[in-house]
Design a protein around this ligand. Structure first.
Ligand code: ADP
Length: 740
């Protein structure tokens, strides 16, 4: 499969650093080695390429060990003015040819990728010149007639077209939401306003999504500059929110935000406006480089690993004439896209902003950007729109079911506010279906969900109650008594199954003849019809953070950690956290465990420790096998590891379910619930009784008929029959099974 002459692959990080670059480098190095290539790291990007010598270093399997959890880039990055010149690029070409590199994987922003493409286009002429000036032999020149490149986008701003997420953006968003959550609590204590500046010179993604995720009062982004007179409107928003009882006012400003005349909107100007016009005590926080720093989020580690793997596969298999590609993630699928098309589209967004074509700029950012902007504008109001006269108000009830999932509160808040804004009555139910049995319902108003964005757990309370036949009657009488027109069920599988049963008992209970929509919320991500469920990302982050600490506890010894994670019979948490932490082995129920597997694994671990490994990690899903428990596996490994390594086990337990929701969970909670409540309103207003469950599949939000539930669920193991993420095992195995 590998082109005969293709033996050496260069990998580099360039431009601004971004969390997750290390995971991408690790994946590229290890996949390259596993595919039989020599892999070289080019230290400090184009700088190192121009300097050559020991700035181009041969990598081994171990040279990228223990880097995944680190922020920044271990192989360094830089900005090189020399590489911008032909002279500089000539030196770079010579240095690469010296070690037979004519394939490059570049992780950087649009500048770095543009530079790489210029280098690629120029390569034949550079080689010609090097041969002519006898800097390289004719033979060498003939061996390397072309330069092949593949790009990964490392940029915390999420500013590149062609990929839904760039490496580092999820972590930066996490830094911002964590900071704003903290500021909100001190702001509330003093009734202060905080103006928070976040990164994003040309792109408002971080500002907009963090504003939506934290319940900020206002946001300024380059794609949507405010109309003249915005100062008065901002004051009005802050003042009305204050009057309505909100004590913590937060304004988020992207560093590149401008008004319609092209003047920068500076945080200190906003402060002046709020202080002079409202007399508000206003403080400024410029988050700055904090956003770039620290350990990468689970998503950045996972995505970078998957993209790095595919970048190598792509460059190995790319045809002769193929134009250079960038490996992106679109609609939850790894997608190669034309590198220069993506760069040009990215630049065209900047041009649109410069030329005042804002609507076009927003369109080019993609559908979910516009949707986020619209949702933000509704959510930040101080009260719902005035009720339309003559419009019949519906009564919509919301309940949380199954185990608590971080993001449930965000979902409930979104549903309550959007429902109220559409003119309907929103009713909360305490403790899931138990609350319907016991008639624990309460009408919600706009302010009742204030401050819920950052709260973990569930304020409404949840319960795994699956109502029995005898409990249908009290449920029906509660629904009747309150004249509920529709049910929104935010939770896990027990909620879906309960809704299915109510629907099937409509002939006996008229009250069940209402539309019911289920929204997936479960840390286990074991729900049908959705690639993701609300809460799972937070749980994976909790696991990854715990494993980082566990690993740090074993600096000096030869130790294997066996870590048990949740998920019931679904191995999603185990596999994803395994990919994000670089586990040596992951045990899943879906795959099963045999004694032979364990013996092979123990032997591999022994070999690893004997050849210099100090630390190993094995992740086991809680129900992977009822005989081969975590205790059993740990004892077996301990016994068989003898004097070569020792074993510690760790059962992570409920810390996986707790904590503030991650920005990703807040974001999907908002998106799924926006669609769910709109659907429910549409059904009730049109007297329809459809029931379904919502989900995000391949990047699209889809509603599946509730009748499909039994067909899509593995009844015995309470997980979907089809699980998209199982195909990621192929990638995990490359990293597990390679032997140097
Ligand atoms: P980013 O990759 O994060 O956008 P920069 O725009 O600073 O960061 O680019 C990083 C490096 O890529 C530059 O210092 C330079 O060496 C190289 N580079 C960027 N643009 C070009 C170009 N047009 N021609 C050659 N090299 C370039």
């Amino acid at each position: 499969m590998i082109n005969k002459k293709f033996t050496s692959l260069g990998v580099m990080t360039s431009g601004g650093d971004a969390q997750g670059m290390n995971a991408a480098v690790r994946a590229i190095v290890r996949t390259g080695l596993a595919r039989g290539l020599d892999v070289y790291a080019i230290i400090q990007g184009y700088n190192g390429m121009v300097r050559g010598g020991d700035m181009i270093r041969k990598m081994s399997w171990d040279s990228v060990g223990g880097i995944m959890h680190k922020g920044g880039t271990e192989i360094g990055t830089a900005r090189s003015t020399e590489f911008r010149t032909r002279e500089g690029r000539l030196k770079a070409a010579k240095n690469l040819i010296d070690v037979d590199i004519d394939h490059l994987a570049i992780i950087g922003g649009d500048g770095s990728l543009t530079g790489a493409n210029i280098f690629r286009e120029e390569w034949p002429s550079l080689i010609e010149e090097l041969v002519k000036t006898k800097k390289i032999s004719k033979q060498k020149g003939e061996l390397h007639p072309k330069l092949k490149i593949v790009g990964l986008v490392g940029s915390i701003d999420n500013d590149m077209s062609g990929t839904d997420m760039t490496i580092g953006a999820d972590t930066a968003l996490k830094r911002i939401t964590d900071a704003v959550d903290m500021l909100a609590s001190t702001a509330a204590s003093h009734q202060r306003t905080f103006v928070v500046e976040v990164m994003g010179r040309n792109c408002g993604y971080l500002a907009l999504i963090s504003a939506l995720s934290t319940g900020a009062d206002s946001v300024f982004i380059p794609e949507s500059p405010p109309e003249e007179g915005w100062e008065d409107r901002l004051c009005k928003i802050i003042a009305t929110n204050r009057d309505a009882g909100k004590n913590d006012s937060v304004v988020i400003v992207a560093e590149g935000a401008k008004d319609r005349k092209g003047n920068h909107i500076q945080p200190h100007y906003i402060k002046e406006v709020l202080e002079s016009k409202l007399g508000q005590d206003t403080r400024i926080t410029i988050l700055g480089h904090v956003q770039r720093g620290g350990a990468p989020s689970a998503f950045d580690r996972y995505m970078s690993t998957v993209l790095g793997f595919h970048a190598v596969e792509h460059i190995i298999n790319a045809g002769e004439s193929e134009e250079p590609m960038m490996i992106g993630m679109r609609k939850n699928k790894v997608t190669p896209v034309s590198l220069m098309d993506s760069v040009n589209r990215t630049h065209s967004i900047y041009e649109c902003i410069k030329n005042g074509e804002y609507e076009k700029a927003i369109d080019l950012r993609g559908g979910s950007f516009r949707e986020a902007l619209a949702t933000f504008k509704t959510m930040r109001q101080a009260s719902p729109k005035p009720h339309e006269k003559g419009k019949k108000q519906k009564k919509l009830a919301i309940l949380n079911t199954s185990g608590p999932a971080p993001g449930m509160n965000m979902a409930t808040r979104t549903a309550v506010r959007l429902g109220l804004d559409a003119g309907h009555k929103m009713i909360s139910v305490k403790n899931g279906f138990q609350g319907l049995i016991e008639n624990e319902l309460e009408e919600m108003d706009w302010q009742s969900v204030e401050g819920w964005t950052s709260l973990g757990g569930t304020v409404l309370g949840t319960n795994r109650k699956h109502p029995t036949d005898r409990e249908y009657y009290p449920i029906a009488s509660t629904l009747d008594k309150h004249q509920i027109d529709g049910l929104l069920i935010i939770g896990g599988l027990s909620g879906y199954q309960a809704a299915y049963d109510l629907m099937n008992n409509r002939d006996k209970y008229m009250a069940f003849d209402i539309p019911m929509i289920c929204v997936p919320a479960s840390i286990n991500n074991n729900l049908p019809g959705s690639d993701f469920s609300i809460g799972a990302d937070t749980a994976i982050n909790n696991i990854v953070e715990a494993i980082d600490k566990i690993k740090e506890s074993a600096v000096a010894s030869n130790r294997t950690f066996v870590v048990e994670v949740m998920g019931r019979y679904c191995g999603y948490l185990a596999l994803m956290s395994g990919l994000a932490t670089g586990a040596e082995r992951v045990y899943l129920h879906e795959e099963g465990i045999t004694l032979k597997d364990m013996m092979d694994d123990v032997n591999e671990l022994k070999e690893g420790f004997l050849s210099g490994k100090h630390l190993a990690l094995v992740i086991r899903n809680e129900y992977a096998n009822h005989i081969y428990t975590t205790e059993f596996i740990s004892s077996l490994f301990e016994e068989d590891g003898g004097s070569i390594f020792d074993v510690r086990k760790s059962i992570l337990g409920h810390i996986q379910q707790g904590g503030n929701p991650s920005p990703y969970d807040r974001n999907i909670a908002t998106r799924l619930t926006t669609r769910a409540i709109n659907e429910l309103i549409h059904l009730t207003e049109n007297n329809k009784k459809d029931c379904g469950f919502l989900g995000m599949t391949s990047g699209q939000i889809k509603l599946t008929d509730l009748f499909e539930l039994p067909r899509m669920i593995d009844e015995k193991y309470q997980r979907p029959k089809e699980q998209w993420w199982l195909k990621l095992q192929e990638i995990a195995q490359v990293f597990e099974s390679y032997k140097p």
